[in-house]
Structure formats: structure tokens, C-alpha cells
Design a protein around this ligand. Structure first.
Ligand code: HEC
Length: 135
């Protein structure tokens, strides 16, 4: 019995500790963006992807996220709208399109308020690419 408890405790403790702080990979993020986002948000993230014609709501220009937020890239908002913690209908609402796709390794990313966010590595990479194309 005692052993099992120890095993469970160790499992719990090693969870968050396993998350690494690592540099995001902008090129990998660009590739993921191209595969999962460009159909709606466009190759250059300015909107106007090929699926626009069948959408009721126009995908926003994602290069204006920083400008539209007083010059600060809204890391947490963008991350949560992709991983489904802040569901929006166009991303599947209660059935998030991307949350599970991007599961896997987790990394710590500093949010715009300085608070650390635990994100899937792929999502962190997409965010890094998006931040690099802000105007
Ligand atoms: C099926 C089309 C579609 C796909 C695919 C898609 N989006 Fe969106 N996205 C939209 C639409 C439409 C909106 C705006 C409407 C809304 O808020 O519901 C939106 C909103 C957003 C927002 C919110 C912007 C804000 O001001 O907060 C972000 C960020 C975003 N998308 C990023 C992404 C990323 C990154 C991907 C790929 C992982 C992606 N989207 C894939 C259609 C899509």
C-alpha cells in the first residue's frame, strides 16, 4: 500500500517538473501554422485563406494582434484560443479543433503579464512564429 502511495505521489510531483523551459522553434511554428491555420487565416496570417468563402465569420488578420493590444502580443489569449481553454466557435467551440493535435511535451512560456504559462510545445512554436510576423 505504502509503495503505491509513493508511486502516485512521485507521479504527481514529476508532472510539472518535467516541463522544460526551452527556446521556441519559429520555423517549426511556421510549418504548423501552414498546415493547421493558413486555410482560414491565409499564408501570411493576414486573413483570406481559401476556406473564407464558406465561413460565416471572417478570420481576423493575425498580424495585428500586437497592435490591437496596445503594442503587447497577447500570448495568453492567443494560446487559449488555440488550445481550447478559451473556446471560440470558429475553432470548434466545445470541440476544439487543435487542442489535442498539439498535445505532447509541455513547455513554460512567459505570458504578457510575466506569469508563466504551461503550453504544448507545438502551440508555443506557433505562437513564436505569430509573434514574429506582428506589424
Ligand atoms: C476553420 C477556419 C479556421 C482555422 C483552421 C483556424 N482559425 Fe483562427 N479563427 C477563425 C475565425 C473565423 C476567427 C474569428 C472568429 C471568432 O472569434 O470566432 C478566428 C480567430 C482566431 C484568433 C483570435 C484572435 C483574437 O483577436 O483573439 C486567433 C489567435 C486564431 N484564430 C489563431 C489561429 C491559429 C493559430 C490557428 C491554427 C492553429 C487557427 N486560428 C486556425 C478561423 C479559423
Amino acid at each position: 500500500m505504502k509503495l503505491i502511495h509513493v508511486a502516485i505521489l512521485t507521479g504527481l510531483l514529476s508532472g510539472p517538473v518535467a516541463a522544460q523551459e526551452a527556446e521556441s522553434d519559429i520555423d517549426a511554428g511556421h510549418g504548423l501554422y501552414f498546415t493547421f491555420c493558413a486555410t482560414c487565416h491565409g499564408d501570411d496570417a493576414k486573413g483570406g485563406g481559401p476556406m473564407v468563402e464558406v465561413l460565416k465569420v471572417e478570420p481576423p488578420d493575425l498580424t495585428g494582434l500586437k497592435a490591437g493590444n496596445d503594442g503587447i502580443f497577447p500570448t495568453a489569449r492567443v494560446a487559449f484560443r488555440i488550445d481550447g481553454r478559451d473556446p471560440i466557435p470558429s475553432h470548434g467551440g466545445p470541440m476544439p479543433l487543435f487542442g489535442q493535435l498539439f498535445e505532447g511535451d509541455s513547455v513554460m512560456v512567459e505570458s504578457e503579464t510575466g506569469q508563466p504559462l504551461l503550453l504544448g510545445r507545438d502551440i508555443a512554436d506557433v505562437l513564436a512564429w505569430l509573434e514574429s510576423v506582428q506589424e
